[in-house]
Design a protein around this ligand. Sequence first.
Ligand code: FCB
Length: 477
Amino acid sequence: MSNVTPLGESLAFPAGFTWGAATAAYQIEGATDADGRGPSVWDTFSRTPGKVRGGDTGDIACDSYRRYPEDADLLRSLGLSSYRFSISWPRIFPTGAGQVNQAGLDHYKALLDTLAERGIAGAATLFHWDLPQALQDQGGWASRDIALRFADYAAVVGEALGDRVERWITVNEPLVVADLGYRTGVHAPGIADAAAAAATTHHLLLGHGLATAALRAAVPGAQVGITLNLTPVFVTPNANGSADLLERARRVADATHNGVFLEPVLFGRYPEHTPAAIRPPAALIHDGDLAAISAPIDFLGVNYYRPQHLRPGDPANLRLREYPPVPGTEEGVVEYYPDGMEQTNMDWLIDPDGLYQLLARLSKDAPGLPLYVTENGRAAEDYPNPEGKVDDLERVKFLHQHLEACARAARDGVNLAGYYVWSLLDNFEWAYGYQKRFGIIYVDFPTGRRIPKASAAFLARVASENAVPPLPAAWPV
Ligand code: FCB
């Protein structure tokens, strides 16, 4: 596969390519008390002083629970054919299990019907992090029982919405839940316990497997997959360290970021190089678990934000643009930001070719499996200018470069079936609250007013042409 594209070439996407935008329930819906919804771990966490910047909560967010027809109109005006949204588990099971809340199901029926009237298909994520608080009170994902409750929830939602949903995503980014939710505690439920995090890893995967079976039983012909956030790992040898050391570090980083979720799903095993601190202990892995987890999926959802670059260095004496490597890495290796690569205001490295390399690798790991980029995007310091327009040129550049990488991957034989930008709307960015804007549509939070940004027009153009325009020789930003 070649990764060289001459300037001036416009690259087409395959016919039938899916163009979409993604959101998640807690980040956009608001209306946390409406129609019988129960509390989620993010309600509890965001109301705990010091956990979310500015004390922000999802109580109002983008008010999309009520303004969804306007959001659907915006999707249509951009010519997008699919909307990736998530279903709020505590709207369906306010107390985690037992009684189903019909009003919650009715909301998503109405959303899906509103989308369908506008010619937009729905891609529904079952778990995008808003666990019912009642289930957290019983141990959350550290407890095996939650995987069974997740399958019950999948069956109920499948029965109710199966005729309306085009594509199902069981779990969004299990790594982030295990790592930030249970290992470091900077996300809900705010637990900092390595053993709980390792258990969470296995139970999220088991939940994915059991929910997949439940959806297949409830919805004949259901298209089911999982969304993983994946991080390609690159190494740069230099005179200060051995190539073997770097290769061992690369394997540990790859197992930590990717393999620990990818290999169970694709191959039914935890990777050999998984550091002991994150590997689920054997006692938690029951007979049949890995078979359930690796039952065939119809597609893989890929969230790509940034890569990781490693080089020889001293983690005890980090230099500028160097960072500690993942735990379990031998001494003598650091993560670093290569010269000439920019970063976003999340401090995330920008590396569009990382997306190309990632897609190429997945296409080797899972030949023929359809891949969807289910999230890709960047935060920027967006604001309406005196004319009321939001000229987010950094995001236009980011999308242009990453879409070019996607088009190259498809041209080179990767079975890439669709692309969803993160996000349709500026929204509640978890522990950052409303201080980070990822939308292609600006949201004025005090009023809820939506203003499509320049990046929305850019994505609309790419979607309508089903091709990415030539990369410019120079960028305006
Ligand atoms: C991903 C999450 C998504 C959003 C983006 C910026 O990790 O899936 O909800 O917060 O990051």
